[in-house]
Design a protein around this ligand. Structure first.
Ligand code: 8YV
Length: 323
């Protein structure tokens, strides 16, 4: 039997690439630059499977036209708002993702950002490296105590729950949760969390707000100027979910005007472009989409994609099918 032809759209950890190459007829993108719409359109006509990442925008236009060969988009990552799911479905293309394996590391990074912003670690590091540190003094770079504060988590899936565990059991934080469906009482009890119905209620009483909901059109600008205005003065906003969930221009205004205490962002609306207003905003820590960026997790994500592919081509239902 001929082996399925698969395209890995970016370079992946070597161990995973080697296992994929042993099982499939693999084409790699050795330039490791994002594929544009034309390349993706061609790929849909050339490969049985495409293994995309967040940098491959598979919008509706890419799926148009005849002779599509691809039967599965086995996404490397849990978020898939870069893929037009209804267009994929309409063309009979399955879509899978990689949940679970990145929850710990993404949660770790959300906590990293929270601590960096609250304790002014970004400012401190810049000051020291630029030779501006004049020495210790009681009023120097005084931040905000995180231990015992209230953390509002929007989206209480696997990553949100992993954040709650760290914040509650590590830092004694009180946990508030907003989620589109009711969270099981047993799950809330693990971190003494309380679920609120409305995002607005959570924003008004949280000292820090961390976003863990999906991206995509439904949640675009969920955090807009009005909702930023509901946050406590001095509160922090952390986004490790998707850039589009936050209105970046409104966030920059809120930071410049000192209406909130600060923000930590790992994701952006138009990656890798960062608007000048955010570059200039005070009390903002920005990281280049590092949520899952550990060797262990990036390998586990790759092997999870491989499991999905093997199941699919062996005629079994892939465990992480989202469409
Ligand atoms: C990935 C992520 O690095 O899984 C996700 O949704 O945001 C990151 O962990 C990226 O999306 C890879 O496609």
């Amino acid at each position: 039997m001929t082996r399925p032809k698969i395209l890995i759209t970016r370079r992946w950890p070597e161990a995973v690439e080697a296992r994929l190459a042993a099982a499939f007829d693999v084409t790699r993108n050795d330039a490791d630059t994002p594929l544009g719409p034309d390349a993706l359109r061609d790929a849909l006509r050339t490969f049985d499977a495409i293994l995309p990442t967040v940098t491959d925008r598979l919008g509706p236009e890419v799926f148009e036209g005849p002779d599509i060969r691809t039967r599965i988009l086995a996404n490397y990552g849990v978020g898939f708002s870069h893929i037009d799911i209804s267009a994929a479905k309409a063309r009979g293309i399955a879509v899978t993702n990689t949940p679970d394996v990145l929850s710990d590391c993404t949660a770790d990074l959300a906590l990293t950002l929270m601590l960096m912003v609250a304790r002014r670690a970004g400012e401190g590091e810049r000051e020291l490296r630029e030779g501006r540190w004049t020495g210790w003094r009681p009023t120097h770079l005084v931040g905000t105590k995180v231990s015992g504060a209230t953390l509002g988590i929007i989206g209480f899936g696997r990553i949100g729950q992993a954040v709650a565990k760290r914040a509650h059991h590590g830092f004694g934080m009180r946990i508030l949760v907003q989620n589109r469906s009711a969270v099981a009482p047993g799950v809330l009890a693990e971190t003494g969390a309380r679920q609120v119905d409305a995002i607005d209620d959570l924003l008004a009483i949280s000292d820090c707000v961390s976003l863990h909901c999906p991206g995509g059109a439904a949640n675009r600008h969920l955090i807009d100027a009005w909702r930023l205005g509901l946050m406590k003065p001095g509160a922090f906003l952390i986004n490790t979910a998707r850039g589009e969930v936050v209105d970046e221009a409104a966030l920059a205004d809120a930071l410049v005007q000192g209406r909130i205490g600060g923000a930590g962002l790992d994701v952006f609306e138009n990656e890798p472009r960062i608007p000048a207003s955010l570059m200039a905003a005070p009390n903002l820590v920005m990281l280049p989409h590092l949520g899952s960026a550990t060797r262990e997790t990036r390998e586990a994500m790759g092997f999870r994609v491989m499991d999905n592919l093997v199941d699919f081509f062996d005629g079994r239902e892939p465990r992480d099918r989202v469409a």
